[in-house]
Design a protein around this ligand. Structure first.
Ligand SMILES: Cc1ncc(COP(=O)(O)O)c(C=O)c1O
Length: 395
């Protein structure tokens, strides 16, 4: 009766089950909701912008109101990127943008190449569009940056299995490893994509949370020269720490003919949903300037908590806290003496502490843990101390 695009109910993993049955309150180091992180931010003036009386009138533009697209172009201009509003399209979120791009580019059953390790929601977004994810490896030994040769190898694998490759996804900077693609790898990848007839989708929601760019790192893929169609994604959920307002965007680039057609077709998809509210579009210039301040507050929080994590785990032999290259997560590698799943269940049972195991993010080997760097400083300090204590205690 139901399509296979949604999972059967009750298929929760062991950690979710253990959490549901846990008898005591927990300290949650997986929380990534910026509106529940006790940030010293007054959101009131930003929310007041939603009461603009022009919001009483409904006169939608499928691509998003021009004034709102101009505001996004201004946001990019502040980051040194030229983004013609004609190449911008608004969505309700970057998750929705992925869905629209998969509809635009892929037939059901086509392959979409995605990085591993990376952001776990991609599985659900692909399942909902009936596309197959084929993973390309980000090498740990090169701090998980994208190698075009490994994307090509995944494209070969997909085609050998009889699948057409519709797109390759970059998460740039990657979640949770924080690393970005180098300009020369992007140029190689773009040539490969143009030759093999697929597009590039670059998820750049963490654009404003880059702490450690290497020389030549790409910030906005759709602003780089290249031969392929490329779509850069961003949104208010990270750029302004306002996920509840539901506004994201796509910046498209590529050869003139395919680009114009992609924009036409995307506008057709957008017209079928018209999912972005008018008040949030009218408020966008003010919300993006609110976001500049929110970004500063958040970056301070992330850097502070990362230093706390590194300090707490420093005395433990064989434990590595990776430098915070970008994003909202800290990545820890441990000696693989205890399985990740057993370790996270033990952290819950012994310390009432919730962290993500690396396998949630498709790390290719054990043992990694991923923690959110968003919680309040005191909560985070206590969480890091519990983590250190449990790692130090034999299983
Ligand atoms: C890499 C990445 N992309 C997209 C999203 C979702 O963003 P949005 O709220 O715009 O759908 C997240 C959320 O954590 C993310 O980590």
């Amino acid at each position: 009766m139901f399509s296979r695009r949604t999972p059967a109910p009750g298929a929760e993993n062991r950690l979710t089950q253990a959490l549901a049955a846990h008898p005591r309150p927990v300290l949650d180091l997986t929380a990534t909701n910026p509106t529940a992180a006790g940030l010293p931010l007054d959101v009131g003036p930003a929310l007041a912008l939603l009461a603009d009386p022009r919001g009483a009138r409904y006169d939608p533009d499928p691509r998003g109101l021009l004034s709102a697209r101009e505001a996004v172009a201004g946001h990019y201009a502040g980051r040194g990127v030229v983004a013609d509003p004609a190449r911008l399209l608004l969505t309700a979120s970057s998750s929705e943008a992925y869905g629209w791009l998969f509809k635009l580019l892929a037939e059901p059953g086509d392959a979409v190449l995605v990085p591993a390790p990376s952001y776990p929601l991609l599985d659900a977004l692909a399942a909902l569009e009936g596309v197959e994810l084929v993973r390309y490896r980000l090498p740990a030994e090169d701090r998980w940056t994208v190698h075009a040769s490994l994307v090509e190898e995944a494209a070969d694998r997909a085609e050998a299995a009889g699948r057409r490759v519709a797109a390759a996804v970059l998460v740039n900077p990657n979640n949770p490893t924080g690393t970005s693609i180098a300009a020369e790898e992007l140029a190689t990848l773009s040539a490969l994509a143009a030759r093999r007839g697929f597009a590039l989708v670059s998820d750049e929601v963490f654009l404003d949370y880059r702490f450690e760019d290497r020389p030549g790192d790409v910030r906005v893929a759709a602003a780089e020269p290249g031969e392929a169609l490329v779509f850069s994604l961003g949104g208010l959920s990270k750029s302004a720490a306002l996920p509840q307002l539901k506004l994201g965007w796509v910046l498209a680039n590529g050869p003139a003919g395919p680009l114009a057609e992609a924009l036409e077709r995307l506008a057709w998809i957008a017209d079928s949903y018209l999912s972005v509210g008018t008040p949030v579009q009218l408020a966008l210039p003010g919300l993006l300037s609110f976001g500049e301040g929110a970004g500063r507050v958040l970056r301070a929080r992330l850097l502070g908590n990362h230093a706390t994590l590194a300090g707490a785990l420093a005395p433990l032999a064989g434990v590595t806290v990776f430098p915070l290259a970008a994003g909202w997560s800290g990545v820890v590698r441990l000696p693989a003496v205890e399985r990740e799943e057993e370790l996270v269940l033990r952290l819950l049972g012994e310390e009432d502490l919730v962290v993500h195991p690396g396998y949630f993010f498709d790390f290719p080997s054990e043992a990694y843990l991923v923690v959110s760097l968003l919680p309040g400083e005191e909560t985070f300090r206590e969480g890091a101390a519990r983590l250190a204590r449990a790692i130090d205690r034999p299983a």
